[in-house]
Unconditional design. Structure first.
Length: 120
């Protein structure tokens, strides 16, 4: 499944992933408070998400429901990042994280364990 998500769409999805099914009215309130979007902007982004088949309208109260999981979006976005910025090389991504000090020792240990568990 190929999903190209824009930051504005991720804002909607993050609300749904965090809160579960949520009315469009409530999403408007949340995004107005968090990022200053007005009702029109929020409804435009919700409609775009519906058109892209990443959320659906369930019920008469315009209840929004995510059609993709956070994990699906993360997998796609990670693959896009690796392909676009690191020429398809995941090891270059990890090297970049290590080089700029983005990973703590604890995170490095977790990565080592994860890699070792996948190799066996």
């Amino acid at each position: 499944m190929e999903i190209k998500l824009f930051n504005s769409e991720l804002k909607i999805l993050n609300i749904l992933w965090k809160n579960g099914d949520t009315t469009a009215k409530q999403i408007v309130k949340i995004l107005n408070k968090e990022v200053g979007w007005n009702k029109s902007t929020t409804y435009t982004i919700i409609k775009r998400c519906i058109d892209k088949n990443i959320i659906e309208n369930k019920g008469g109260d315009f209840i929004c429901h995510a059609l993709i999981t956070k994990e699906e979006a993360q997998k796609y976005e990670t693959a896009e990042l690796i392909n676009n910025m690191y020429d398809g090389s995941a090891d270059r991504l990890v090297a970049s994280l290590l080089d700029n000090g983005s990973l703590s020792l604890e995170e490095i240990e977790k990565l080592k364990k994860l890699i070792n568990s996948k190799v066996k």
